[in-house]
Design a binder for this molecule. Structure first.
Ligand SMILES: Nc1ncnc2c1ncn2[C@@H]1O[C@H](COP(=O)(O)OP(=O)(O)O)[C@@H](O)[C@H]1O
Ligand SMILES: CC(=O)N[C@@H](CCC(=O)OP(=O)(O)O)C(=O)O
Length: 260
């Protein structure tokens, strides 16, 4: 029997911080009829709040070194302000959204990222996603909206990269659905030249990714994003795209499609 389609979309901090882009994305996302899940980041907002509070921000390879103080800031920002703004924004467009951290309904369990050369602090690597609970929400026509917060089932919250959460959720749902994963951001896709906004690389496979990384064409948050794309494909997610947030409207604009 053919599997039902499921759309998993992720939006990052540059979209969330741009009121016009965010509203447009939420309206277009709400119009999608098939079951759908939204994951949001918001790193930019957490960095701004940290600066206001006089707390230092340090990022390594697109991941935040998360001290106890940073953890409080990210939980307040992602699970509080941003998640509730996004959920109420979707409700406005008649999408019955429900905001979640990984601790809610024990839906994403994580463990502290092991210290190798770098101690990331309270950063969690995903161990388990509860696909049955998520399926239950979808069956009730509820659209889950996940922020970048997980837990260890032992009272400890963690900061987890939102791209990783999107990849893990898409992968966990793949035995049940034909999953398409969309990473939506402010640019059109992965660019050959970061200064030329039209230089979109339309297809990237693992070989091309290694070339681009070695040539330092990709950097910062794009590094974990691409790693997460390939992990999702390896775990049987059907389609993975990196595209502008407007792409969700009609899937026509030039963008990047990933393959193994
Ligand atoms: N070759 C590239 N093409 C596109 N973006 C790139 C590239 N190299 C680095 N980047 C950076 O990666 C960023 C996307 O990652 P990230 O900041 O984590 O976005 P988001 O918060 O939307 O997930 C872009 O805004 C851009 O600054
Ligand atoms: C561990 C880690 O780096 N977590 C990310 C979570 C938020 C995020 O991923 O936000 P964007 O999608 O907007 O980049 C952070 O704190 O920045």
């Amino acid at each position: 029997m053919e599997k039902q389609k499921l759309l998993v979309a992720k939006i990052g901090g540059n979209i969330i911080e741009d009121e016009v882009a965010l509203q447009s994305f939420l309206e277009n996302f709400s119009k999608i009829k098939e079951p759908k899940i939204l994951i949001h980041g918001g790193g930019k907002s957490a960095t701004q709040l940290a600066a206001k509070l006089g707390v230092k921000t340090e990022m390594i390879d697109g991941r935040r070194i998360t001290s106890a103080e940073n953890l409080d800031i990210v939980v307040m920002t992602y699970a509080g302000l941003l998640n509730k703004r996004i959920v109420s924004g979707l409700q406005k467009y008649n999408c019955n959204a429900m905001g979640l951290t990984g601790a809610d309904a024990n839906v994403i369990r994580a463990e502290k990222r092991p210290v190798q050369f770098i101690d990331y602090g309270y950063v969690g690597d995903v161990v388990e996603v509860n696909d049955t609970i998520i399926k239950g929400f979808l069956n009730q026509k509820i659209t889950p909206v996940f922020c970048a917060v997980t837990h260890d089932s032992n009272g400890q919250l963690f900061n987890t990269n939102a791209d990783t959460i999107a990849s893990e959720i898409a992968s966990a749902m793949s035995p049940h659905y034909e999953v398409s994963l969309f990473y939506c951001f402010e640019l059109k896709g992965v660019l050959e030249n970061i200064k030329d906004k039209d230089s979109v690389i339309e297809h990237i496979n693992l070989e091309k990714y290694n070339e681009l990384r070695d040539a330092q064409v990709i950097a910062d948050g794009m590094l974990p994003k691409l790693q997460n794309c390939f992990e999702a494909l390896q775990k049987k997610v059907s389609k993975v795209h990196i595209a502008n947030a407007d792409f969700i409207k009609d899937n026509t604009t030039k963008h990047t499609t990933l393959s193994l």
